[in-house]
Design a protein around this ligand. Sequence first.
Ligand code: CP
Ligand code: NVA
Length: 312
Amino acid sequence: MNLKGRSFLTLKDFTPEEIQGLVDLAADLKAKKKQGITGQSLKGKNIALIFEKPSTRTRCSFTVACVDEGGHPEYLGRDDIQLGHKESVEDTARVLGRMFDGIEFRGFKQENVEKLAKYSGVPVWNGLTDTYHPTQILADFLTLTEQFGSLKGLNFVFVGDGRNNMANSLMIGCSKMGVNFTILAPKSLWPGKELVEECEVYAAAAGSTITLSDELDAVKGADAVYTDVWCSMGEEALAAERIAILKPYQVNAELMARTGKDSTIFMHCLPAVKGNEVTADVFDKYADVVFDEAENRMHTIKAVMVATLGNC
Ligand code: CP
Ligand code: NVA
């Protein structure tokens, strides 16, 4: 796998072999870190961390991973720089590209992370946009691999807001990796037709399936049941409407029982709103998996930076 100089904007741009390569590299970096071994792969590299939206996991993961590998991270919050206020994305990209070796961007528009990559001339990593959250999927894949040994053939069900950044990115990632992927959501929150059709092509190549359903029995046979907040960042005004429409799709003990399996795990990208998308009892029962997932953000983000920018 040679990803040197590449940006990480959406999983659409990566082959199944490259995605697997990043997960494998993350597992290796994680094992080394547990032994107290960190690298110098980013020595001398300056990394800009642009956050238009708040973050706990993604910010901390980029920061810790960068420092672990000998690099220098610089946090640039929404009120710290001119981006979006007094300066175009293109001009900010050209300036940052002359000073930094890599740029992480979390914000609203996918178009902006793509512009940053186009105009900066350095690797740009998508730390979440309204449309995609690709680094989260690598952490989820590392966690699934730790739980089940491998990805291919697993049955994965995403429950809740089936058209948000997590649902979109999980559908792309799962279909590429041969994971049977189901969206369980009310029809009004199903993913866009164009993206589903694109993912159906990936799934056909990988020998897996994509299913959209609004019936709770869609969780039957699931190896993993995954959910995310009902209102993503920037959608707060829609809270009442979303709660009303998604209440029947809460991940609770009854829904977990509908899988018909004792071995099913529950996953969540976090932050969670307990009492909405998941009950506190289900969350607590699977807390070890959920917090492994959170920790794995750091190891997988480290893998992305090392693979695309690292010295070795
Ligand atoms: N999962 C995730 O991206 O968390 P943060 O919003 O805290 O970064
Ligand atoms: N869909 C959520 C994911 C948070 C990690 C959001 O965009 O707020």
